[in-house]
Write a protein that binds this ligand. Structure first.
Ligand code: ADP
Length: 597
C-alpha cells in the first residue's frame, strides 16, 4: 500500500485554507469593511452636526451659520459616498475572492473524487455524501465571510453607535437592546411557528407539483398524451390543488395573526425608543440635532441588527451541514487513497484466474456472486449469459478491477503482485455516457488531456473508427468528426443507436488487449447489430474479450460461454456443448431465437 501523507481537515483548517487562497485579497477586503462600517457609524455624528447647524441657521440666519451648514453637509456627503464606494470595492474584491475559493475547493473535491474506489459509488449514503460535499466545497468561503462580516462590519458599526450614544447621554445606550431584543424574540416566535404551520402543506404541495409535472413537462407529457391519461391526471391535479389551497387558506389566517403579533412587539420597542428620545430632548439632555440624527439612523440600526442576528447567522447554519459533509468527504478520501484500484502502469494480458470469487455490495447482505472460478487465457473470447440480475455486470466490473471481490482472489499473469485495474482494459458499459461534445471528442477522450489539441494521428485513428461503426451511413467521415452532439449548444441530436455506435468507436479507439463489452448493442437496429458483431469479431481477433449480451446467436465467435444462474456459475463451455448439457443455456438460447426470428 502506498504511504500517504494524511491531512485531517476540520472547520478551522478549512477556514485557514480559505485565507491562504489569497491572503492579501482577504486582508484588504476586511480592512475595507471596517473602514466602511466606521464611516457608516460616523454618519450619525455628522448628521447631528448638520441638524444642529440647520437649527442655528433657522434661529440666526447668519452667513457664517449657512457656511458651517454647507461644510457639515459636504462632510456628511463624503461619509456617505466613502462608505458606499468602499462597500462597492469590498463587493468587487469579495466576488473575485469567492470565485477563486470556489475554484480551489472544487479542485480539491475533484482530486479526491477521482481517487474514490468505484464500489463506493454503489452506496446511496456515499452518493448523498458526495453530493452534499460538492455543495460544501463552495460554501466554506461564504461561511467564513459571515464570521468576518460580524467582526469587521456589524460590530465596528454598533461600537461607533454605542460610543456616540454614550457620549450624548448614557441612558440612550438602552436603544441598542431595544432594537436587538424585539428582533431576536420575533424571529424565535416566527421560526417555531412557521415550521408548525407549513408542516401540513408540504405533502399536498408535493402532490400538486408532481401532477403539474405529469401535465406539463416533457417527457411525461408525451406518454400522458399518447395514453390519453390527461383527464385522469388533470382530475388528480384539481383535487390536490383544492386540498392545498384549503390548507393554505387556514395557514394564511394563522400567519396573519402571527405577523400582527410580532409586529406589535417591534412597534413596542420602537415606541419605547421614541419615548426615551423625546424625554431626553425635553429635559435638554440631547440637542434637537442629536434627536434627529438618532431617529434618522434607527432604520439602519434595525436592518443591520436583523442582518447580523438573523439572516447572516442563518446563512452560516444552513451552510454548516454541507461543509461538514465536505470535511468528512476529504478526510475519508485521504484514507481511501491507498486502496486505489490497479497496479500502476499497463500490463500485457496473458492470463486471469478467478479463484472462488464471491461478492456482496456494500451495506447489503445478499451474495450477488457466489464462489466463481474460471480462467481467462490470452485471446479468449468469453461470453457471459444469464437472466437479468444473475450478476453478469457485477462480474464484468470485478474483471475490470473496478470492484474487489468480497471473498476469493484474482490472479493476473500468475503474478500475485499484480492487481487488475481499468488502465489495462477498454470497456463499453451498458449505461455508457453521452458527452455533449463533438463526435471526435466523444471518440478520443481516453487520450485527450483537455489542454492539448488533437494530433493528426489521433484524427486519423478516430476517422477509421468512425468509418467502422458507420454512424450515419455517410461516406464523408471527416465531415462528421466536427459535428457537435448537442442541439442545445448549436449541434445536432443523435438517436439512441447512434450514441451507442459512438460509444463503440470510443471503446475501439482505446487500444487495449483486454476488452469488456456489456450489452454493446442494446439500442442498435438489427441490421446495424449484425454489422457491429462482425466488427467485434474482427477487432477482437487478437485481443482477449469478455462480452455480455442477450443476442445469443451473435456470440458464436466466442470460444467459451459462462452461464450464470443467481450469481453462481451454472455451466461453462462452448455453444455446442452447452446446448446439450445446460438446460438454462438451452432455454435462454431458444427464448432469444424465438424473439428475433
Ligand atoms: P445482470 O447484469 O446480470 O443483470 P447485475 O450484476 O447488474 O446483474 O446485478 C446482480 C444483482 O446485484 C442484482 O440482484 C442487483 O439487484 C444487485 N445489485 C446491483 N447493483 C447493486 C447495488 N449497487 N447495490 C446492491 N445490489 C446491487
Amino acid at each position: 500500500m502506498r504511504k500517504v501523507h494524511k491531512k485531517t481537515y476540520n472547520i478551522r483548517r478549512v477556514f485557514g485554507e480559505v485565507v491562504r487562497v489569497s491572503p492579501l485579497q482577504f486582508f484588504l477586503q476586511y480592512v475595507l469593511a471596517v473602514v466602511s462600517s466606521v464611516f457608516l457609524g460616523l454618519f450619525i455624528v455628522q448628521l447631528q452636526n448638520v441638524f444642529d447647524h440647520a437649527a442655528i441657521v433657522v434661529e440666526s440666519a447668519s452667513a457664517d451659520g449657512v457656511w458651517s451648514l454647507l461644510c457639515s453637509l459636504l462632510i456628511l456627503f463624503l461619509y456617505k459616498a466613502g462608505s458606499e464606494s468602499l462597500e462597492i470595492a469590498n463587493g468587487y474584491l469579495g466576488n473575485d475572492f469567492y470565485n477563486r475559493c470556489a475554484a480551489y475547493f472544487l479542485d480539491l473535491y475533484n482530486q479526491n473524487i477521482a481517487k474514490m474506489r468505484a464500489i463506493t459509488f454503489e452506496e446511496n449514503d456515499n452518493l448523498k455524501l458526495y453530493r452534499n460535499a460538492l455543495t460544501g466545497a463552495t460554501s466554506a468561503r461564504g461561511m467564513l465571510h459571515v464570521i468576518m462580516d460580524i467582526f469587521t462590519l456589524y460590530i465596528p458599526y454598533f461600537l461607533t453607535i454605542i460610543f456616540y450614544l454614550a457620549k450624548q447621554d448614557a441612558s440612550l445606550l438602552a436603544i441598542v437592546p431595544l432594537v436587538a431584543i424585539p428582533i431576536f424574540i420575533t424571529n424565535q416566535i416566527k421560526k417555531k411557528n412557521y415550521q408548525r404551520l407549513h408542516k401540513h402543506t408540504i405533502h399536498p404541495k408535493r402532490k400538486k407539483e408532481e401532477y403539474t409535472k405529469y401535465l406539463s413537462e416533457f417527457p411525461f407529457l408525451k406518454e400522458v398524451r399518447v395514453k390519453e391519461a390527461f383527464r385522469f391526471f388533470y382530475g388528480k391535479y384539481l383535487c390536490a390543488r383544492s386540498e392545498y389551497n384549503k390548507l393554505c387558506l387556514s395557514t394564511n389566517d394563522q400567519e396573519f395573526m402571527l405577523n400582527l403579533g410580532t409586529k406589535m412587539i417591534t412597534l413596542l420597542g420602537f415606541i419605547t425608543i421614541l419615548g426615551l428620545l423625546i424625554e431626553r430632548l425635553a429635559t435638554g439632555a440631547i440637542s434637537i440635532g442629536a434627536f434627529g440624527a438618532i431617529f434618522y439612523s434607527l432604520d439602519d440600526m434595525y436592518s443591520l441588527m436583523e442582518e447580523m442576528l438573523i439572516s447572516r447567522i442563518e446563512t452560516y447554519h444552513k451552510g454548516l451541514p454541507a461543509l461538514k459533509s465536505f470535511i468528512q468527504f476529504v478526510n475519508g478520501a485521504y484514507t481511501e487513497q491507498g486502496e486505489a484500484t490497479g497496479t500502476a502502469g499497463r500490463i500485457p494480458f496473458k492470463k486471469m484466474s478467478l479463484e472462488s470469487i464471491s461478492f456482496i455490495y456494500p451495506n447489503t447482505t445478499r451474495m450477488v456472486l457466489k464462489n466463481i472460478s474460471f480462467t481467462i487465457h490470452r485471446n479468449d473470447k468469453i461470453a457471459i449469459v444469464g437472466y437479468n440480475g444473475s450478476g453478469k455486470s457485477t462480474l464484468a466490473k470485478i474483471l475490470l478491477g473496478l470492484y474487489s471481490p468480497t471473498e476469493g482472489t484474482i490472479l493476473i499473469n500468475d503474478d500475485p503482485g499484480i492487481r487488475s485495474g481499468p488502465q489495462n482494459a477498454s470497456v463499453m458499459f451498458q449505461q455508457f455516457n453521452r458527452y455533449k461534445e463533438t463526435v471526435f471528442n466523444n471518440i478520443w477522450i481516453s487520450e485527450a488531456t483537455g489542454d492539448e489539441s488533437a494530433g493528426e494521428q489521433a484524427k486519423k485513428i478516430a476517422s477509421e473508427r468512425l468509418r467502422q461503426i458507420n454512424l450515419n451511413h455517410s461516406v464523408h467521415v471527416e465531415d462528421t468528426l466536427d459535428i457537435l452532439c448537442a442541439r442545445e449548444f448549436g449541434g445536432i441530436d443523435l438517436s439512441g443507436g447512434q450514441w451507442q455506435k459512438l460509444a463503440t468507436a470510443r471503446m475501439l479507439y482505446r487500444d487495449r488487449d483486454f476488452i469488456v463489452l456489456d450489452e454493446p448493442t442494446a439500442e442498435i437496429d438489427p441490421v446495424s447489430e449484425s454489422q457491429m458483431f462482425r466488427l467485434f469479431e474482427s477487432e477482437m481477433r487478437n485481443r482477449t474479450a469478455i462480452i455480455i449480451t442477450h443476442r445469443m446467436t451473435s456470440i458464436r465467435f466466442c470460444n467459451k460461454i459462462i452461464v450464470l444462474r443467481d450469481g453462481a456459475v451454472d455451466a461453462i463451455g462452448d455453444h455446442e456443448t452447452l446446448m446439450k448439457t445446460s438446460d438454462l443455456y438451452y432455454a435462454l438460447y431458444h427464448s432469444i431465437e424465438e424473439r428475433y426470428h
